[in-house]
Design a protein around this ligand. Sequence first.
Ligand code: HEC
Length: 179
Amino acid sequence: MTNTFLTPQCLPLFVVVLLGALPGTAVPQDATIQSELEALRKQVEELSNLAVRTQSHIMVDVEYHFSNLWFAGRNEQWELASFYLRETDSHLRWTVRVRPVRSIRGGGSVDLQPFQQSIEQSGFVQLESAIEQEDVDEFEAAYRRTLTQCHACHQATGFAYLEHHIPEMPLSPLMLQPE
Ligand code: HEC
């Protein structure tokens, strides 16, 4: 018969019981808890500031993945293309989580999610299907349409000058061959 009390799962409980039984074990004081809470609060604040500051960094990742995607599709490296599409998609979702609403210069604000959802549900779906069918022509057409959707969000958020064109060279010389 196995001794269930001594299973690894029980170990943390065992340690807690043991510590509680030791004479003189310090019970955390209110002041200690307060200062630990304060330290945690500061850390959370720093992390959220960091997150807000990085929306443009995440967009640079989107640019990296999305421009590599063009070359992966044209080179018919379909698995790689599928990878870059997934990365583009997940980074775009991440950028919206980090900063869902942008205020516009001159007043007002824009909700980013509808733009992200629209690109995910049309541009990315069309790209995915072209990749699955290994169809270069359809891939190129879907890519151009998706670029227009990228721009729609930039326009709405006051970044109309962030207008894309078909990339001339891959950003990843390691993964892709130039055309
Ligand atoms: C949901 C809205 C939205 C969508 C969709 C979107 N972007 Fe952006 N993008 C932004 C915002 C907002 C910024 C400005 C971020 C900042 O500077 O704080 C930006 C900035 C950029 C930048 C400039 C980054 C820099 O700082 O140098 C690039 C490049 C970019 N986006 C590429 C793309 C590409 C490629 C797509 C399509 C696959 C795309 N974006 C789709 C919202 C979006």
